[in-house]
Design a protein around this ligand. Structure first.
Ligand SMILES: Nc1ncnc2c1ncn2[C@@H]1O[C@H](COP(=O)(O)OP(=O)(O)OP(=O)(O)O)[C@@H](O)[C@H]1O
Ligand SMILES: [Mg+2]
Length: 370
């Protein structure tokens, strides 16, 4: 604690994350971290808001500090291999760990905040994937919790352990519906803890009927210091998006949340730009944001918008050769709910019109075959 006087509080519900913790243990304790003077080390954890980055930092501090100090004592060949001996010894050294938790703003330039020396260790958590530039070889995407971890957190948070078969099945389904997002699970669990008469089955049914109602609720039953609701955590990011990024998010909200081929946007523009049919007006208006002054599709413009969304881990791009856009299923629900009823209708028209070129090509092929 003398080394790390300000540490985030660890939730009593902390569960799982073995993969990330063992990766960190390897790097921090047994690997490059251990007394490697002459080389400053950086580590980055990134993911969507509410995924559990800060909590991972918290458990590292709580559980590993002792282990770390004992290792320091051994590595430094101290007569007494204890954490106390290590602490005394460390006081005479210049080795340190600096944590930048929630370093989310894309405007942050952390380089300026790094001590100018050739040793020490820096740990960063951020929603911004671009932060991996600080540690191009030592970064980790936190990802969703596993099915088992999510289920276990839900039971802990709701204080329900002896479940009937039906309740067990409903709880299993609920964690899936919550997209294995730590914050969403703890929020649902907190509600169920305070309403012990509400069964998992009931909660699941109501949740499925109106997800936004549950996800936007301020955490009146929060079990730790994270007080934002799932939606309000992302609303903070939304306010910082530019117009083009918001437009991409709108398109994502009405297409499937996983594996949307990014290339269809360009393909749609190239075909529909020539079309003067009135029934593609909505999609043309949407795609116009990504063209240059000559009316030609501008890949860079779309890249910028995607980069903007990645600052907050709102989208993920996968695939080699063909790039696909993926969003978390709850981000999908949220982004649709951000729109007014009129904009939702407009967005649905856009989605249908996006596929006109593909349908037309298929019909032409079909005619040719016939
Ligand atoms: N491993 C876990 N076990 C149980 N609950 C967890 C775990 N990780 C996160 N949570 C719950 O989710 C909440 C949000 O987690 P955390 O603050 O770590 O998110 P974050 O990724 O740092 O989000 P942000 O980007 O908004 O800072 C925590 O307050 C806690 O209630
Ligand atoms: Mg955080």
């Amino acid at each position: 604690q003398r080394l790390l006087p300000i540490v985030p509080a660890l939730t009593s519900l902390f569960t799982g994350r073995e993969d990330i913790l063992s990766w960190l243990e390897e790097h921090f304790i047994y690997g490059s971290f251990s007394l490697k003077f002459n080389l400053q080390q950086q580590f980055v954890l990134y993911e969507l808001g509410g995924a559990g980055k800060t909590q991972i930092i918290a458990i590292i501090n709580k559980e590993s500090i002792e282990q770390f100090l004992v290792q320091v004592a051994h590595n430094a060949h101290l007569a007494e291999g204890t954490s106390v001996a290590a602490l005394v010894w460390v006081c005479h050294q210049t080795e340190w760990l600096m944590i930048f938790d929630n370093a989310d703003s894309p405007d942050l330039d952390l380089w300026k905040s790094f001590p100018v020396c050739s040793h020490g260790n820096i740990f960063i958590t951020s929603q911004n994937k671009a932060c991996i530039k600080y540690a191009p070889e030592n970064f980790y995407r936190v990802g969703e919790m596993s099915n088992e971890e999510s289920f276990s957190v839900l039971l802990k948070a709701s204080h329900r352990f002896h479940l009937s078969e039906a309740e067990y099945a409903a709880a299993r389904e609920l964690v899936q519906e919550l997209g294995h997002l730590a914050l969403a699970i703890v929020q649902a669990g907190g509600y169920l803890n305070h309403h012990q008469h509400v069964k998992f089955c009931q909660y699941l049914e109501s949740y499925k009927q109106d997800k936004p109602r549950y996800l936007r609720k301020i955490r009146a039953y929060n079990m730790d210091s994270y007080t934002l609701s799932v939606f309000s955590s992302w609303n903070l990011s939304y306010q910082k998006l530019d117009r083009k990024a918001k437009q991409v998010l709108i398109l994502c909200s009405i297409l499937h949340y996983s594996k949307m081929p990014i290339g269809i946007l360009k393909r749609a523009w190239n075909t529909l730009a020539q079309s003067h049919e009135l029934d593609v007006w909505e999609v043309k208006e949407a795609l116009k944001l990504f063209i240059d002054d000559n009316g030609k599709w501008n890949d860079n413009s779309l890249e910028e918008a995607l980069g903007n969304l990645q600052f907050y881990s709102l989208v993920e791009i996968t695939g080699e050769g063909v790039a696909f856009l993926n969003i978390h299923p709850l981000v999908h629900v949220w982004s649709y709910k951000l729109l007014s009823t009129e904009k939702q209708k407009n967005a649905q028209m856009c989605a249908q019109q996006l596929f006109y070129p593909i349908q037309k090509e298929e019909m032409t092929c079909h005619d040719a075959v016939q």
